[in-house]
Design a protein. Structure first.
Length: 185
């Protein structure tokens, strides 16, 4: 009996270690969120177009609203089918409802918080030296959140007169074009 038990216990330990490493890797890959609430205006309704090399563009609709101390992020396809629903409360993400976690949507949500944080508050929200801002070669305003010496997100505003129209380029080569949805009377 002891001979059978030993390989079983060894396999259980190996499985537990693999699970622990997977959980730690998931935490390490979580997108950064501001250290404190930047207080940007909500609610917001956005049209988000995602493009990536070799893939068709994806149109989605995003609604962001405050609910008490939390921010609710709801992403829908053009037919109104939920693609992701997340709550951010006290710096922690949690799934809202029965949808499976959507890491790419969570990355979009975190990148939008970075884009919406006023430049004067970026040091307090993300840490001094973790970001940089300035004009791009074509004159567009841009800012980057840095990680490991390279840009995690690059936010570009092509026209200063339209601060709510911008794009976000990820380190993985995905681009999100963000425009506000017009509210109907």
């Amino acid at each position: 009996m002891t001979a059978v038990r030993l390989p079983f216990l060894s396999a259980c330990r190996a499985l537990a270690m693999a699970l622990a490493f997977a959980l730690l890797a998931g935490c390490a890959g979580a997108p950064p969120v501001p250290a404190r609430d930047a207080g940007f205006t909500l609610p917001r309704q956005l049209h988000v177009v995602q493009t990536a090399a070799g893939q068709p563009s994806l149109d989605t609709l995003l609604v962001v609203q405050r609910e008490g101390a939390a921010l609710r992020w709801s992403l829908f396809d053009p037919m109104g089918v939920p693609q992701a629903r997340q709550m951010l409360e006290h710096g922690q993400w949690r799934t809202d409802g029965f949808l499976r976690p959507n890491a790419q949507a969570r990355d979009l949500f975190a990148a939008l918080m970075f884009a919406w944080t006023p430049e004067a508050e970026l040091d307090a929200a993300y840490g001094a030296g973790s970001w940089r801002a300035g004009p791009a070669a074509d004159g567009a305003a841009q800012r980057e959140l840095r990680r490991d010496g390279r840009a995690r997100w690059t936010v570009r505003w092509p026209r200063a007169s339209q601060a709510d129209v911008f794009s976000i380029l990820t380190a993985d080569g995905v681009t999100w074009r963000i425009t506000p949805l017009k509210e109907q009377p």
